[in-house]
Write a protein that binds this ligand. Structure first.
Ligand SMILES: Nc1ncnc2c1ncn2[C@@H]1O[C@H](COP(=O)(O)OP(=O)(O)OP(=O)(O)O)[C@@H](O)[C@H]1O
Ligand SMILES: [Mg+2]
Length: 367
């Protein structure tokens, strides 16, 4: 007797998405069921192409058919994805130009120089490598990093409607204040002028359809950061810190700021977590202290996303415009960034399943 579609759906309704705690049929993830006698094929649309559970869910689907329908069936489960959105894409977003951007992630810290731009760049590249549509925007008026970190410095095109068209490299759409503003000029801008430039810059870009827009934030928790959370509906923030006390103290302020304005903190990344000399691969030196950011995440009850080692290749990749995630994909640091991208995507999927869409923050407060 041939296998029926109902049998397949029944079996797959026993496969639970470990993050969303519901079965994949209820979650509407199963599509394109084709049955030809004992050959069963279907597609599972995960909530992100960077899903760390992809292989596990695929095996669970195959096992479910074998155990609950027919152990001699040939099962072919294609794993695909439809990224879920924080905003009601294309519906209620008053900002016409961001309406097709599903999720906006701010990469922030309190302290400068802890690796926000490095994490933002590699996070964007890793998400794009996994198959997502990704944009990256650098909102640092005073010290933009993307031009150097992508080795790209050209003026973006402007449409007849005066909208900016992002540049593109390594599969990521890019825009930096650095493409538009002369750094030496910006240095003398006062806060309100910088804030107004950032606001204009964030709302006048033709991003098109994006699964994730990664925002590299300038250091601190001041006016510019508040302008950003007031201008775009953020999905959440990723806080970067090194493990030493001075950085952690500032990271706390960052977490507090986002919590205060109700932007979810997707998690904490510990950068420069340890150093392994290339000629002593079994050693780990905790130059800036051990587990500081991990403990911080625990204290503030936010997820710990992962750690990135202190590595010469990361610094070189940054300076040469070749992010390690794409240039040295087999290196330890590239693997660390890929895992970080998966965990950030995972937290976004969980957030989108649980929480209502993020609104722009309307209230103005002074930290
Ligand atoms: N894990 C790492 N290993 C080696 N070098 C690193 C690492 N992370 C960052 N760096 C280097 O440290 C410097 C500062 O990093 P980055 O510019 O990413 O920090 P930032 O937090 O964005 O700084 P700012 O606050 O000025 O925006 C860069 O030269 C970068 O290449
Ligand atoms: Mg930076």
């Amino acid at each position: 007797m041939s296998i029926t579609k109902d049998q397949v759906l029944f079996a797959l309704s026993n496969v639970i998405d470990p993050d969303l705690h519901k079965d994949i049929v209820t979650l509407n993830m199963v599509d394109d069921i084709v049955i030809d006698n004992k050959n069963v094929s279907f597609t599972v649309n995960l909530t992100t192409p960077a899903c760390p559970m992809k292989d596990q869910i695929q095996r669970a689907c195959e096992n479910a058919i074998h155990h609950l329908v027919d152990k001699t069936a040939t099962v072919h489960a294609t794993m695909s994805s439809k990224v879920t959105a924080t905003q009601n894409v294309g519906v209620t977003n008053p900002n016409e130009l961001l309406k097709d951007v599903k999720n906006i992630i701010a990469v922030a810290s309190g302290k400068g120089g802890v690796g926000k731009s490095t994490v933002a760049v590699n996070l964007a590249v890793s998400l794009a490598k996994a198959g997502a549509k990704v944009g990256l925007v650098d909102t640092d008026v005073y010290g933009p990093s993307i031009p150097t970190m992508f080795d790209i410095n050209q003026k973006p095109n402007i449409t007849t409607q005066k909208k900016l068209v992002p540049l593109e490299k390594y599969g990521v759409k890019l825009l930096s204040m650095g493409f538009l503003v002369d750094e030496n000029e910006a240095v003398v801008w006062r806060g309100p002028m910088a804030s107004s430039a950032v606001r204009q810059f964030l709302t006048e870009v033709l991003w098109g359809e994006l699964d994730y827009l990664v925002m590299d934030m300038p250091p601190g928790t001041g006016d510019i950061q508040l302008t950003i959370v007031q201008t775009v509906p953020l999905t959440g923030a990723v806080i970067v810190s090194t493990p030493q006390t001075v950085a952690l103290d500032d990271a706390k302020k960052g977490i507090a700021m986002f919590k205060k304005v109700n932007v979810p903190v997707l998690g904490v990344v510990e950068n420069m977590a340890y150093f392994t000399p290339p000629d002593m691969p079994d050693k780990k030196y905790y130059i800036f202290g051990q587990d500081g950011a991990k403990n911080l995440a625990e204290q503030w009850a936010v997820p710990f996303i992962g750690e990135v080692p202190l590595e010469q290749t990361i610094r070189e990749g940054g300076d040469e415009g070749k992010p390690v995630s794409i240039d040295k994909p087999d290196s330890l640091s590239a693997q660390a960034f890929d895992e970080i991208a998966q965990r950030v995507a995972q937290q976004i999927s969980i957030r989108n399943a649980d929480a209502p869409p993020t609104e722009k923050v309307e209230i103005l407060f002074k930290p």
